[in-house]
Design a protein around this ligand. Structure first.
Ligand SMILES: Nc1ncnc2c1ncn2[C@@H]1O[C@H](COP(=O)(O)OP(=O)(O)OP(=O)(O)O)[C@@H](O)[C@H]1O
Length: 351
């Protein structure tokens, strides 16, 4: 895990990125699809925050929103504030294009899944590094020296990789080259959306342990988004769980992997396929994922929740501190009951 997160003198966590009521909507024939639903989240400087959730829960939308990079016709609303280590804070949603282009890659960078679609097939890897430096008016000679260091950090041979075209590299090599490229302009924050999804298990694990080293070496704040609870649990300081386009629980990784408080987070933990865990204790989550157009009243998880009450059908719960702990929040009226009644019994958890 990363070094201890820094605290402000006030005792509060030092926030590097703050999302307030961030929503993304798409206008569709059958109505408005709300694919990110009023998310508020603080990212702490120098932490690794894991975000997990099932397919379609809005993880990629969250990643794009963090950089104000939601593709049109998607509409992003809310406030996303970046706090540099030194200097004035920048609100990204209302920022000018010029401000945004200075922040992107130089302050906040992103790695998507599938390096192949991120690279230009007609350009060598050297061409990609060079182009990025030129686009940001950086010294190309110094930048190329840094690119060699980054590639070496990622256990790639700079001479071979820089001269290659993307298709000449294996999946694991090109994904690592993409991570090196994303770090070229020394960003403070790296948002990674399923960066290991297309790779085999061994390569996934090796990228995860590389990320831990890079985070320490370059003092990074990392958001690591995945559907794989067990993969990200190994390196995260905190874990956030998404359900129905919103964050439903965030807490310290130890708590989140042993005794989360939201019924969905508990069900997700039980559904985690782990090599070392007993298969007979895995269970799928019953019911359907929610529709972003046909929105339900009350808690979005209530139709699938074993402990839902009438209140859950009527009112949508806000995130609140679990047992008075402000660092562990869940959007559920019945967290105590969930912990009592929804058992988690997996070999790989710390229980
Ligand atoms: N261009 C688009 N127009 C309309 N809806 C979209 C668009 N892109 C994504 N969505 C919808 O937004 C919702 C959230 O998608 P998102 O890709 O963020 O989910 P995800 O959790 O990242 O899923 P996965 O793990 O499968 O990548 C889904 O219901 C998806 O169908």
């Amino acid at each position: 895990m990363s070094q201890q997160r820094s605290r402000l003198n006030t005792g509060r966590m030092d926030t590097v990125l703050e999302m307030q009521n961030a929503s993304v909507t798409f206008s569709m024939d059958r109505g408005i699809a709300r694919v990110l639903d009023d998310v508020s989240l603080d990212l702490y400087r120098h932490e690794i925050l894991g975000i997990v959730g099932e397919s379609g829960s809005g993880k990629s939308m969250l990643a794009s929103a963090m950089l104000d990079a939601v593709e049109k016709p998607g509409e992003l609303t809310g406030e996303i504030t970046y706090y540099p280590q030194d200097g004035e804070s920048i609100e990204l949603v209302s920022a000018s294009k010029k401000t945004l282009s200075n922040v992107l890659w130089e302050e906040i960078a992103m790695v998507f899944q599938g390096a192949m679609s991120s690279f230009n097939p007609t350009l060598t890897i050297r061409g990609h590094f060079r182009e990025t430096l030129q686009a940001h008016n950086k010294n190309v000679r110094e930048g190329m020296a840094h690119s060699r260091e980054l590639l070496s950090d990622l256990y790639l041979d700079p001479d071979r990789v820089l001269d290659s075209y993307p298709h000449e590299l294996s999946g694991g090599m090109s994904q690592r080259a993409l991570i090196a490229l994303s770090l070229l302009l020394e960003p403070a924050v790296l948002v990674m959306d399923e960066p290991t999804a297309a790779l085999d298990l061994l390569m996934q694990r090796s990228i995860i342990s590389l990320m831990e080293k890079l985070q320490e070496k370059y003092d990074l704040t990392v958001v690591f988004i995945t559907h794989d609870f067990s993969l990200v649990a190994d390196i995260s300081d905190r874990l956030g769980v998404m359900y129905a386009f919103d964050i439903v629980e965030v807490g310290e990784t130890n708590t989140m992997t042993s005794d989360p408080a939201h019924p969905y987070a508990r069900a997700l933990l039980k559904a985690v396929p782990v090599l070392e865990g007993p298969l007979d204790k895995m269970s799928a989550i019953d019911g359907q994922s929610p529709d972003p157009v046909e929105r339900l009243n009350g808690c979005s998880y209530h139709p699938r929740c074993p402990i839902a009450t009438e209140r859950c059908q009527r009112t949508d719960p806000e995130l609140h501190g679990v047992e008075g702990d402000a660092d562990h929040v869940a959007a559920c009226f019945h967290t105590e009951t969930a912990r009592d009644e929804i058992a988690i019994d997996l070999g790989w958890t710390d229980e």
